[in-house]
Design a protein around this ligand. Structure first.
Ligand SMILES: [Zn+2]
Length: 549
């Protein structure tokens, strides 16, 4: 879509939002002429939302005209605000009663210092790449009593750690027939539940909230939320919970063809190798690390391969869950079309300068975590000969087995976007006998697979990655020769969930928790959107990966 056409759509959507919003706003509306100037500042062939608009049935206008309320500006609230603005929600209101300073885990607002938690988060989202063109964000140092003053609300996500807040927000939603999502998190687990007006499990039908005549009897509070009362929200569980909540909200606002709405509470926990539980089967086990059995440590030097959307969320979560020595490798540069999902690196300056993703991400995470995270401008390849003259002229180095050995990495965290790089990382990990945690996503699903020498089979044994990589290389050569555009559709939700789950698997291996030896998977087409699948211990005959010692 041309910039002017896009603006016309955005403008009409925004006008409708404005008409609906009754609340008094602190900020004047952005003039369309100003918005156009800002958009034209970027010399990019792809726009901000292009990657998600490639998804079949996607309707950006619907998102642009919606109003979301986030209760709680803690870690989970930070993920929600980042995700909603990346998606391009028309209006986001943030409510939090706290005047405490943001913590490191409040990864966006940590770098801001307004007088309240909610305002710091508002300021932080404003600082993200020109969301102000499409997204209006307001905040209040206030609680649920201020909800009636916010005008028409399309959905509320209560991400607070207060049972009283959840009780109040649920009652408000129930009375006003507003979709309600609750997320709770502590350092090892998260609980997600939702209540929608209309029948559950039918995202094809809700359309406009409140229009359905069926009962709203699903509005009841889960007592298990009490276990999270006042708890500090952990970075990994918060990312997973927020990603799942955003997915539910998106399905409600803008259902896509294969969507299925989850119909039970979801628990994700690092305290059990089963990892994910639903509804009545939820077990709130207590965490007991087995430090004897781990073999790996959060002190180990780890390589994060890929600074794209998965890498953004994985590196963030690793750095804030205790990993101390993190290097990030990527050769790509930041561009406007990344802004709908790579929330940590798409600031105005990085896009304008076409900064390297590895540099922008390492920089950002160093500032948030206080660690010294190092960038590597490098490409994952089997051998140095695979680099072409463009790579060499642009200072891109080869991330090969020799390189990984020379840096003494003890773990590889893979967020790469193609099977060839995956196959290279797998060969390196098998040869060096170090764990390789791999993640991949598309617009509606994703999976994390773990290769832990002696415990599970490698990626070749689990998925046959070498054959897939060969096939991919052949097709890529064909595409390149026809100069076809092969940019895949992509969205923030699957990356937030899977990037966080990727860090979760690495952490559980390094901290003596319970690594899941099955794939941790996500699918928006399942009523159980997060699940474990496959048997990671399988080993192909002749593969040197030593699945079992
Ligand atoms: Zn193998």
């Amino acid at each position: 879509m041309a910039i002017r056409e896009k603006l016309r759509v955005l403008k009409s959507a925004q006008e409708r939002t404005q008409q609906r919003a009754q609340a008094s706003l602190k900020k004047p509306e952005l003039k369309v002429s100003e918005a156009l100037r800002r958009l034209e500042t970027y010399d990019s062939s792809e726009g901000h939302f292009d990657r998600q608009e490639r998804i079949s049935g996607w309707n950006q206008e619907k998102l642009c005209s919606a109003h979301a309320v986030i209760l709680g500006a803690g870690t989970a609230g930070n993920y929600l605000a980042a995700g909603l603005s990346a998606l391009g929600l028309g209006r986001i209101s943030i409510l939090d009663t706290s005047r405490e300073l943001p913590k490191h885990e409040d990864f966006l607002s940590f770098l801001c210092s307004s007088s309240s938690k909610a305002e710091s988060l508002e300021e932080a989202v404003e600082n993200l790449i020109d969301k102000s063109v499409m997204v209006r964000i307001d905040s209040m140092c206030a609680g649920i009593r201020s909800l009636p003053g916010l005008g028409k609300i399309d959905f509320i996500i209560d991400a607070s750690s207060s049972y009283a807040s959840k009780e109040g927000s649920l009652a408000y939603c129930s009375k006003n027939r507003i979709p309600y999502i609750s997320i709770s998190a502590d350092s090892e687990r998260c609980l997600v539940s939702a209540a929608m007006p209309g029948s559950p499990g039918s995202p094809g039908s809700p359309g406009s909230p409140g229009s359905s005549g069926s009962s709203s009897s699903q509005y009841s509070l889960d007592d298990r939320m009490l276990l999270f009362e006042g708890k500090r929200q952990g970075i990994i569980p918060s990312g997973i919970a927020a990603g799942l909540a955003l997915d539910i909200a998106r399905k409600f606002l803008m259902p896509l063809k294969n969507d299925v709405m989850p119909d039970e509470e979801i628990l994700y926990t690092l305290c059990s190798p089963e990892r994910i539980f639903y509804g009545d089967k939820i077990k709130m086990e207590n965490y007991e690390a087995n430090h004897e059995a781990k073999g790996y440590s959060i002190e180990d030097r780890v390589l994060v391969a890929g600074a794209g959307a998965i890498g953004n969320f994985a590196a963030l979560a690793l750095s804030l869950s205790g990993f101390k020595n993190i290097d990030i490798a990527d050769f790509d540069s930041v561009e406007l079309a990344n802004a709908n999902r790579q929330v940590l690196i798409c600031d105005r300056d990085s896009i304008k300068r076409g900064r390297r993703k590895a540099e922008a991400l390492a920089d950002r995470i160093s500032r948030i975590s206080g660690l010294n995270v190092s960038p590597i401008i490098g490409k994952v390849v089997d051998s140095e000969q695979e680099l072409d003259s463009y790579d060499r002229n642009n200072g891109i180095i080869a991330v090969t087995e020799d390189f990984v050995r020379s840096r003494s990495y003890r773990m590889i965290i893979g967020g790469v976007d193609n099977p060839y790089a995956r196959s290279c990382l797998n060969r390196i990990a098998v040869s060096m006998q170090i764990p390789y945690f791999d993640a991949g996503t598309d617009e509606c699903s994703g999976a994390v697979r773990a290769y832990i020498p002696g415990k599970s089979g490698c990626l070749e044994c689990q998925t046959g990655i070498y054959g897939i990589a060969e096939e991919w290389k052949k097709r890529k050569a064909e595409r390149d020769s026809c100069q076809l555009n092969d940019k895949a559709p992509s969205v923030v939700t699957s990356n937030m969930i899977i990037g966080s789950a990727l860090a979760g698997e690495a952490l559980s291996a390094a901290a003596g928790l319970f690594p899941s030896l099955s794939a941790v998977s996500y699918s928006s087409a399942s009523r159980h959107p997060l699940f474990v699948s496959g048997i990671g211990t399988a080993q192909k005959q002749g593969c040197p990966c030593s699945a079992r010692h």
